[in-house]
Design a protein around this ligand. Structure first.
Ligand code: NIG
Ligand code: FE
Length: 415
């Protein structure tokens, strides 16, 4: 299938020489081509250029993008998109004054979702999750990381990962999977956290690795969940199975998880709503990508990750949704980009870089996703007619997407 996009008002994130990730001041620049064409062949970016030098190209589908902006699809490097049911009652409880931590302590939170998921068949879980995946693809996400962590038993964790893997096989979106057995201590192991960690290390990890169900390992390193010592223990074992760490740290408390992640060559450390100078220091010179999740801060009314501090310190930053039933029931990367500009004071250039190439890095796919570069996946967003790309975060509540192409496939059917 050959798709030719012509008369593109502005083609964003064009990288002739592909980059792995962008740090600090590099994030301020978003390379673009005005009045451009883009040629997609068999699911890959074949070529691009300016309209005044458009060669004679054969196309099965011709799309006139006049007045429209085209950019690479979003790379959402942190999601819990596979889950069962919802938790809107907890949302109401929070409105009425309970905190996220109080709800969890009363048997709500992750444990509540785990109970629901354990009682849901693999097929039902697949179809609930597929609905969400279809929605995020239409919202412009072309690559997504999906975590387990609402199973908390061997069978239920495997069920989640199988569903996530199957979603990636059945749809053009790139799916990367993460094993998050250490998301919370299940009631069966109440007062025996070490027993649960041993179960993860001795029974779950070998199975996950053996069945090749995950690329990454995650742990919720937080007061009331897992300690820094637990994190060291788990990541050391996971290394034997070649699982790369991407961990939940510093959501509510800075307890040293960032340093633990960096020491284990974590690909990313995610959340960071609370960040100390020591954490910043630990990240300097490392290969670890800090990941901010502004929709989570928005929904829980907790502080936003100090993104300016991170970027101004010369560090990279990625943006992701954290799509999950408890802290972020939204997988909309457009909202994430807008909120990063509005609440975290990222410029549109920084936010788009953070949500494309740096998001791809945080999933270990920056060689194939995250920019308009020859040979990369033919995954692009075609906007509606907009005056400039700054209009995307500016007009934060509107859906400005007209078409999404993922791996060469059109996602939005027009009547
Ligand atoms: O990333 N913080 C840990 N895990 C999820 C939320 C879990 C839940 O409340 O279901 C998060 O925010
Ligand atoms: Fe999360």
């Amino acid at each position: 299938m050959k798709i030719l996009l012509t008369h593109i008002k502005e083609l964003l994130q064009v990288r002739d020489t592909p980059v792995e990730r962008l740090c600090g001041d590099q994030m301020k620049t978003l390379p673009t081509i005005k009045n451009a064409w883009l040629y997609l062949v068999d699911g890959k970016i074949d070529n691009y250029g300016t309209m005044d030098a458009l060669p004679n190209l054969e196309a099965d589908k011709l799309i006139n993008c006049s007045g429209r902006t085209v950019l690479p699809t979003w790379c959402d490097s942190h999601s819990h998109l596979v889950y069962a049911g919802n938790r809107e009652q907890e949302f109401v409880d929070r409105i009425n004054g309970l905190s996220y931590q109080e709800i969890a302590a009363n048997g709500g939170g992750i444990i509540h979702s785990a109970k629901k998921l354990q009682a849901t068949s693999e097929q039902d879980l697949f179809s609930q999750s597929e609905n969400r995946l279809n929605e995020v693809m239409r919202l412009g996400t072309g690559a997504i990381e999906i975590k387990s962590g609402y199973g908390l038993t061997l069978d239920a964790e495997l069920k989640m990962l199988k569903v996530a893997k199957k979603l990636g096989e059945k749809h053009p979106i790139k799916v990367q999977t993460t094993f998050l057995g250490a998301h919370a201590v299940p009631p069966e192991f109440k007062n025996n956290k070490q027993g649960y960690l041993d179960h993860i290390c001795n029974d779950m990890l070998p199975k996950v690795a053996d069945e090749k169900l995950a690329t990454f390992i995650d742990i919720f390193c937080e007061k009331g969940y897992f300690t820094v010592a637990d994190t060291y223990q788990l990541l050391a074992v996971a290394k034997k199975y070649n699982l790369i760490p991407k961990i939940h740290v510093n959501q509510f408390n800075a307890i040293g998880g960032v340093e633990a992640g960096v020491q284990h060559q974590a690909l990313s450390v995610d959340h960071l709503e609370v960040l100390t100078d020591n954490d910043l220091l630990a990240l300097k010179g490392s290969k670890t990508m800090p990941v901010a999740l502004p929709s989570c801060s928005y929904f829980l009314s907790i502080p936003y990750t100090p993104a300016r501090k991170i970027i101004d310190a010369g560090l990279p930053l990625a943006l992701a949704t954290d799509y999950n039933p408890g802290s972020t029931p939204s997988g909309n990367m457009n909202f994430v980009v807008a909120t990063a500009c509005i609440k975290m004071k990222l410029t549109p250039e920084e936010a788009i870089n953070a949500a494309t190439i740096n998001g791809a890095y945080a999933m270990d796919i920056s060689g194939s996703h995250g920019s308009i570069s020859k040979g990369k996946s033919a995954s692009v967003i075609i906007t509606k007619e907009i005056p400039s790309y700054a209009y995307l975060p500016y007009s934060f509540g509107s859906n400005l997407i007209e078409q999404v192409i993922i791996n060469g496939q059109l996602m939005i059917k027009k009547i």
